[in-house]
Write a protein that binds this ligand. Structure first.
Ligand SMILES: [Zn+2]
Length: 225
């Protein structure tokens, strides 16, 4: 679960600036919670949510629901805060020259996202590897890039590709591999027979297109026995 750093800034902080306050030794703190809401947007969304409650037949004035529209408005702004962040800036903020040219793997990165078809959560794990070509990136930046893309309305396939492409574009490594395994509530809550189904997506580039490199990556991300 991620209820770590609570930042209550009034304005959106550019990702690379926000990061300057947080040393890399915070890893594996994968998420910074950004509780930053535009008042006007909160009001607009909250009014719509109230309409939805009434349309569903609820009494929007009963005690348990009085503050629900505003809570939902804030929650959805938090769950989509990735739109305001620049994944490339995050990567560029911690690039280092390094001759290391073996696979670097960050596995079991928690992913929480919203499917864009139902606005319901999908969640699971991401595994990201790359083979450097003269540049490495601070390890904590990889989960942050995953989060920036996950905190948007998504489909799992596009999320996987966007993570690969951002790392490929900025680091220009010899190859990038991304695998995401996730469960989708829009499937699980609506079909009793699908409650244990996991969806796996993958995106590879460069060296990972070679069978041997890909096989090594897949072996490394296999769950520990
Ligand atoms: Zn869905």
């Amino acid at each position: 679960m991620k209820n770590d750093t609570l930042e209550a800034n009034g304005a959106l902080t550019p990702a690379h600036q926000a990061d300057a306050h947080h040393a890399d030794d915070e890893f594996p703190t994968l998420y910074e919670r950004k509780d930053q809401y535009a008042g006007e947007a909160t009001d607009v969304i909250a009014r719509r949510v109230r309409d939805i409650l009434v349309t569903l037949g609820e009494d929007a004035d009963r005690e348990g629901l009085v503050k629900t529209p505003e809570r939902v408005a804030r929650a959805y702004q938090f769950l989509t805060h990735g739109y305001a962040m620049d994944p490339r800036a995050i990567l560029e903020s911690a690039l280092f020259d390094e001759d290391y040219s073996e696979m670097i793997l960050v596995k079991d990165i928690e992913v929480y996202s919203l499917c864009e078809h139902h606005m319901l959560p999908f969640f699971g794990k991401a595994h990201v590897a790359y083979i450097p070509n003269g540049k490495i990136v601070g390890l904590s930046k990889i989960p942050r890039v995953v989060d920036v893309f996950a905190r948007r309305l998504q489909v799992q396939e596009r999320l996987t590709l966007q993570i690969r492409d951002a790392i490929q574009d900025v680091l220009k490594p010899l190859g990038v591999a991304v695998v995401i395994e996730a469960q989708h509530l829009c499937m699980m809550m609506r079909g009793a027979e699908k409650q244990n189904s996991w969806t796996t997506t993958s995106a590879m580039s460069g060296e990972f297109m070679r069978e041997s490199t890909r096989a090594e990556f897949m072996r490394l991300i296999r769950p520990r026995a």
